[in-house]
Design a protein around this ligand. Sequence first.
Ligand SMILES: Cc1cc2nc3c(=O)[nH]c(=O)nc-3n(C[C@H](O)[C@H](O)[C@H](O)COP(=O)(O)OP(=O)(O)OC[C@H]3O[C@@H](n4cnc5c(N)ncnc54)[C@H](O)[C@@H]3O)c2cc1C
Ligand SMILES: *[C@@H]1O[C@H](CO)[C@@H](O)[C@H](O)[C@H]1NC(C)=O
Ligand SMILES: *[C@@H]1O[C@H](CO)[C@@H](O)[C@H](O)[C@H]1NC(C)=O
Ligand SMILES: *[C@@H]1O[C@H](CO)[C@@H](O)[C@H](O)[C@H]1NC(C)=O
Ligand SMILES: *[C@@H]1O[C@H](CO)[C@@H](O)[C@H](O)[C@H]1NC(C)=O
Ligand SMILES: *[C@@H]1O[C@H](CO)[C@@H](O)[C@H](O)[C@H]1NC(C)=O
Ligand SMILES: *[C@@H]1O[C@H](CO)[C@@H](O)[C@H](O)[C@H]1NC(C)=O
Ligand SMILES: *[C@@H]1O[C@H](CO)[C@@H](O)[C@H](O)[C@H]1NC(C)=O
Length: 440
Amino acid sequence: MVTHAFNYFLLLSQGYLSFAQNVPTACIALQAQLGSQKVQSSGPGYETGATGAWNLANSQIRPGCIVCPQESVDVQVAMKTIYEFDSRYSVQAGGHSAMIGWDNTQDGVLILFSQMTNISYDAESDTITMEPGIRWGEAVAALEPFGVAPVGGRQSDVSTGLLLGGGLSWLSPAHGFAADSFKSLDVVLVNGTLVTATADNEHADLFRALKGGGSRFGIVTSYKLYPVHTGTNSEKSWISASIMYPNSSAEAVLNATARYVQNVQDPNAVILVTFLSLITAGIVEPLVSVNAFYNISGSNTSSLPSTIFGDFLSIPSINTTITSPVSYIEISNTLPPGTNTGSGSFYGASAIAATQDVSTFAGSGGYEFTVLAFTPVLSPQIQAGVARGGNAIDPPPEDCNWCPVPAAGGQEGNCYFWNSMFLVFGIYIELAILLLTNIQ
Ligand SMILES: Cc1cc2nc3c(=O)[nH]c(=O)nc-3n(C[C@H](O)[C@H](O)[C@H](O)COP(=O)(O)OP(=O)(O)OC[C@H]3O[C@@H](n4cnc5c(N)ncnc54)[C@H](O)[C@@H]3O)c2cc1C
Ligand SMILES: *[C@@H]1O[C@H](CO)[C@@H](O)[C@H](O)[C@H]1NC(C)=O
Ligand SMILES: *[C@@H]1O[C@H](CO)[C@@H](O)[C@H](O)[C@H]1NC(C)=O
Ligand SMILES: *[C@@H]1O[C@H](CO)[C@@H](O)[C@H](O)[C@H]1NC(C)=O
Ligand SMILES: *[C@@H]1O[C@H](CO)[C@@H](O)[C@H](O)[C@H]1NC(C)=O
Ligand SMILES: *[C@@H]1O[C@H](CO)[C@@H](O)[C@H](O)[C@H]1NC(C)=O
Ligand SMILES: *[C@@H]1O[C@H](CO)[C@@H](O)[C@H](O)[C@H]1NC(C)=O
Ligand SMILES: *[C@@H]1O[C@H](CO)[C@@H](O)[C@H](O)[C@H]1NC(C)=O
């Protein structure tokens, strides 16, 4: 066992050495093919590109060169060359990966999508076409005049890497994970070949893998997406609630969240529950925040339905702000952009018991700020994804008799997926816990 691990380590380190030696050659070859505008290894453009990642740990890594493609063919050239030279490389869209080394590469080739930010909507085919470098705030603003929006992120400065990991959106309860809205994808394979992957062509396996399976299967250069008809800014069809609770309400909010996950089936409702700790000179100040939205366009409701939100509204709060009616673009601007960009953050995947006091965890490491956020994923969301052909992250129907997937003969109930993250100037931990309940 030990010998095996040691051999593996040797292989890794030899691989690393050969990569490191080859990188400058790959960069020279890339610059010869694509020009010094698109391929830079120094100068202001290089500095901006090299240091743009959200996590300080990734913005301090120095790539050997940065390729800024302007179209798919540039990515093809880059991958073909990287493949031939066996170079280390990394890909960056919006740079919000918290994972160290996932969107930058020491001495390798960084493919940075900052020049590929086009977005358009074709009404005839009802399709959004998006390049990978666009951020969600820009995407929502560009499409608002058409009354449509992508199923995208909840913070404006995050970008399309979110789609490849599944993606949780304010629109998800009714429309599925962000990746469930894929119509077709242009993908550059590792050897530079460009393919278009759809649900039913010869690249259907690649298509499915990219629906939540992450970034290991190819480089997406264009996303074609089913839009959501959210309406323009003049169409105010939502109620918005922002509630801030004192720490003394924390346990009640946690309980209300658990009941929400067990009972709510209404795809018009969406919540984000966030446990924050501000840590100043060792003093921990815990707070709890709830953002809730309700789509009222199909109902006669002019206030938040108490059957869904009553628990949250009755818990003693510091501040409850209810705004009605609001448009989708107003909802999508609720959370502030740029949160903690340039902070050193850690990511870890481990389970933290719901009963564990977050403040003791946060207080022990000299951190400055933690966030633990819960996003319930209810069965209508899973069903919306199934209706679009399924994805790589849904619970496998054959493994359960609890699945809310009618086609699998499963029983009704909510699968719930709590996506939580600790976001700190010192630390960033994201948890993805699949909890199953409400089996009838
Ligand atoms: C402040 C903040 C808010 C967030 N909010 C949400 C949220 O509301 N919902 C949610 O689901 N998640 C959210 N996330 C998580 C977010 O979805 C992921 O961090 C996501 O990876 C970010 O995508 P990006 O393009 O900004 O980052 P990047 O770091 O550029 O990309 C992420 C990963 O995808 C790879 N990648 C990017 N583009 C491509 C491509 N075209 N082809 C192949 N691989 C590619 C990169 O190499 C990297 O490994 C949030 C994260 C932060 C930091
Ligand atoms: C992106 O938009 C620009 C400006 O409209 C255009 O010149 C370019 O061809 C577009 N790129 C793609 C790949 O459509
Ligand atoms: C690249 O890989 C794909 C998938 O394996 C293969 O079909 C294609 O022929 C390869 N292209 C080249 C130029 O080798
Ligand atoms: C916050 O609330 C939790 C749960 O009620 C409690 O255990 C903890 O001591 C509180 N923390 C502070 C700093 O008051
Ligand atoms: C939360 O739920 C637990 C378990 O049901 C219960 O023991 C506790 O009293 C509840 N706390 C609050 C504040 O509602
Ligand atoms: C809001 O609800 C109406 C009625 O159910 C529905 O037609 C519409 O698509 C929903 N809007 C969004 C953005 O999901
Ligand atoms: C809204 O109210 C009207 C009048 O009371 C009723 O006819 C209609 O069915 C209601 N619509 C919904 C979606 O509840
Ligand atoms: C309550 O929230 C609103 C909106 O976020 C804000 O403008 C207001 O200052 C807050 N009030 C208090 C007392 O915190």
